[in-house]
Design a protein around this ligand. Structure first.
Ligand code: DGJ
Length: 732
């Protein structure tokens, strides 16, 4: 057989490679986007394509990133952009695109080539890399943004899309981020659910093709599927081992995340606003800014990833993330709609008696023509119901102050009952198909927040309450409905509705926060349907689920805790479930404590316990809110779920243990190994939240080294008679 290459060709090749710089395989510029421990590395090719060559642990020597690609001998990439940092469609691409557009002249092709990039330090530890891409044929530009939070190992990505064409360009897809990852295998941990069943986890190996996580609810990201997910590389990560990426879109509406395992066995993650029913007509010079996709990568398991995310959230995202929170008594499950001024004034006394900071008046306080005495009428008419509250909210606020407690109130300002004056007067403010039968979610329709007049109305609901009652200290912002029959009487282009709804919501929230920057507001959505990091910029806490059965709640809070810090999780003690008040309270203590029970119905010892538990919580709340969180034994695997919070200075910690199995002999057979303590410090363990007239099984005179507690552990002695055990751990 004749040799393919001549001898002179081979000689020349060796001569040439010897003379070339060290990393001969990297063509073009390398852009590394680094945080403390990890790096996302992009490569500008000879053709000026911008491709991803690495996502993983940071290398000690930056120059060596250029040698990464040559270490892989996978099958051929026919397109040269299989690992594009932002995959265009209609030109060379053969896989799921990040962006698809129809130009003003009707042409469907898009190509994006690197122009330049800039790196800026925004503040210590926070940098922004902006990469400019341009179509070589059309005046169409995309800028990619990578905001890095160095110490927290968190990256936020988004894009800006614009053009200077003569006419409208239609964007059919407009992702925020397009990651490309090379590993042997990938494991997706995703979540699903429904009302009262939020955050059910399932984990599976990603197979070839595309797996899509998405929602199409309009007003909220979640009901059936939240935007958060995890991908473990090579094998499922544990709390302490393995490579894992946590990701989520920051968008409070329809989202879509595609995870595509391509023919080379690499994983492509493309996340953005769901383009379902939403082609976007982009005018010349208009800049379409996508929402932020954020991710954190850990090479040391899920625990570290979640602690990084918590630190980042408290420092940069969650409103007042490092601030204080109010414990409260809510009247929803105590009264539902059935209350009057007298009942509420008694509840204010109960609030004082219980010892919490605030009384929260829930649904049912408003509307006169169609009184809000049930969920079928009155929503939208935000005037106090004269029969129930003849002296208005202000008299309740005054009464609360006289009792030494604060006052908060429930609203659901984006929704309307068809049986309301608001709907009668403004039928065109409602999202509905003009010619179709109305379809309701909890007897509600959704107000059209794309309409600036509706935005003013929603702002006015909040502003009106604060103007009339300046001492109002808390708001619970509910959102129960989803969008059916998506159609706006205001918008000309109906395919913009899902996007404009969320933009309208953010405009209102922005205005509220400009005027009322710090007042605590709970993000509620008939349960945990709405939490995402874009919304949490305006809210101090969220309601994970209407399901407050403590056993169920352990699982829901557990899964949420991977993504959201405990300070943001509003947990209420209610009458759901069969467990005693101690168990219910101990579970609620895993986040921000509240109560939704009739205090006057409590038996003597239950009341004593509840009162003491508020004091106990006050003594440890800063460890829960601001400390580092460790999941020590998992409720799905073990009889006992054990969650640990350790203060940043490692001087104190709180170990929360819950029996999650009712079978014979279930309990803590083994010691629970602690984490995050100082091995050289000596610690004492005392049991808190003991029920009156019971004794602790813990020998509180003993002192243990952090080393012992982390290597051998401590047995909280959980069993059917001690179903929940809360231990304070203090350095001596
Ligand atoms: C749904 C919320 O999740 C509940 O806590 C309560 O506020 C009701 N709405 C009120 O209608």
């Amino acid at each position: 057989m004749k040799c393919k290459f001549s001898i002179s060709f081979v000689l020349n090749f060796f001569l040439l490679t010897a003379l070339l710089p060290k990393y001969v395989f990297a063509q073009g510029e390398i852009i590394s986007i680094e945080t403390k421990n990890h790096a996302l590395v992009l490569n500008v090719t000879g053709k000026k394509d911008l491709n991803t060559i690495y996502l993983g642990k940071k290398l000690a020597n930056k120059e060596e990133y250029a040698a990464i690609s040559s270490a892989y001998k996978q099958t051929e990439d026919y397109t040269e952009i299989l690992n594009s940092a932002y995959t265009p469609s209609g030109s060379r691409n053969l896989v799921e695109p990040a962006i698809t557009a129809t130009h003003a002249d009707g042409n469907n092709s898009l190509d994006l080539r690197y122009i330049k990039h800039e790196i800026k330090t925004l503040k210590p530890g926070v940098s922004l890399t902006k990469i400019y891409l341009k179509d070589p044929v059309y005046p169409f530009e995309v800028s990619l943004f990578y905001k890095t939070y160095f110490n927290e190992d968190v990256v936020e990505q988004w894009t800006e899309i614009s053009h200077k064409e003569k006419g409208l360009v239609t964007l059919h897809k407009y992702a925020s981020a397009n990651l490309h990852i090379k590993r042997n295998d990938f494991w997706l941990r995703q979540f699903y659910g429904d009302w009262a069943k939020e955050m059910q986890a399932e984990e599976s190996k990603i197979t070839h093709g595309i797996k899509t996580l998405d929602s199409k609810l309009g007003t909220r990201a979640n009901l059936f599927q939240p935007p958060v997910f995890m991908v473990s590389f090579n094998k499922p990560a544990t709390e302490t081992e393995g490579e894992v990426l946590f990701g989520s879109l920051q968008w409070s509406g329809n989202f879509r995340t595609d995870l595509e395992l391509d023919h080379q066995d690499n994983l492509r993650i493309i996340s953005g606003i769901n383009n379902f029913a939403s082609p976007y007509a982009l005018k010349a010079n208009e800049v379409f800014t996508t929402p932020v996709f954020m991710y954190t990568f850990s090479a040391e398991g899920k625990g570290l990833a979640s602690r990084n995310l918590h630190n980042w959230a408290r420092e940069y995202k969650l409103l007042d993330g490092n601030g204080e929170r109010l414990t409260l008594l809510n009247n929803w499950e105590a009264t539902y709609f059935d209350f009057d001024e007298k009942i509420l004034k008694d509840l204010l006394k109960s609030t004082k008696k219980l010892g919490v900071d605030l009384f929260l008046l829930d649904d049912g306080w408003f509307a006169n023509k169609y009184p809000r005495n049930g969920d079928v009428a009155g929503l939208g008419d935000w005037q106090e119901n004269k029969k129930k509250l003849p002296n208005g909210i202000s008299s309740l606020v005054t009464e609360a102050t006289a009792n030494g407690v604060k006052f908060g109130i429930w609203i659901e300002p984006e929704m309307v009952n068809p049986k309301s004056e608001l709907y009668e007067k403004n039928p065109d403010w409602v999202i509905k198909q003009p010619q179709r039968e109305e379809h309701y979610f909890r007897n509600q329709l959704v107000l059209d927040l794309s309409n600036p007049k509706v935005q003013d109305f929603v702002f006015g609901v909040v502003d009106g309450l604060f103007t009339k009652n300046p001492e109002l200290a808390y708001i619970k912002w509910d959102c129960n409905a989803v969008i059916y029959n998506a159609h706006s009487a205001y918008l000309k282009n109906q395919s913009h509705l899902y996007i404009e709804y969320v933009r309208g919501l953010y405009k209102v929230l922005e205005k509220i926060r400009t005027k009322y920057p710090k007042v605590p507001i709970m993000l509620c959505s008939g349960g945990g349907g709405r939490v995402d990091y874009a919304a949490l910029q305006y809210f101090t806490e969220f309601w994970p689920s209407d399901n407050t059965d403590p056993l169920e709640r352990i699982f829901i809070q557990w899964e949420n805790s991977y993504f959201y810090p405990a300070i943001s999780s509003a947990n209420h003690v209610t009458d759901w479930g069969k467990q005693p008040i101690k168990f219910r309270t101990d579970v609620a203590m895993m986040g921000k404590l509240g109560f939704d029970i009739v205090i006057d119905h409590l038996k003597e010892n239950d009341l004593k316990f509840a009162q003491q538990s508020v004091k106990n919580y006050d003594a440890v709340k800063h460890i829960i809110w601001k400390g580092d969180q460790y999941r020590l034994s998992h409720p799905k695997k073990d009889d006992v779920a054990a969650m640990l919070f350790v203060s940043k200075d490692k001087a104190s910690a709180l170990l929360c243990n819950y029996l999650v199995n009712n079978r014979y002999g279930a309990g803590s057979k083994f010691p629970v190994k602690l984490e995050g303590l100082d091995p050289n410090k000596k610690y004492k363990l005392t049991e808190t939240n003991l029920y009156p007239e019971t004794k602790s099984a813990t020998d509180e005179s003993k002192v243990y080294s952090g080393d012992f507690l982390m290597k051998v552990g401590f047995n909280p002695q959980v069993n059917k008679d001690r179903a929940s055990v809360i231990l304070k751990i203090e350095a001596q």
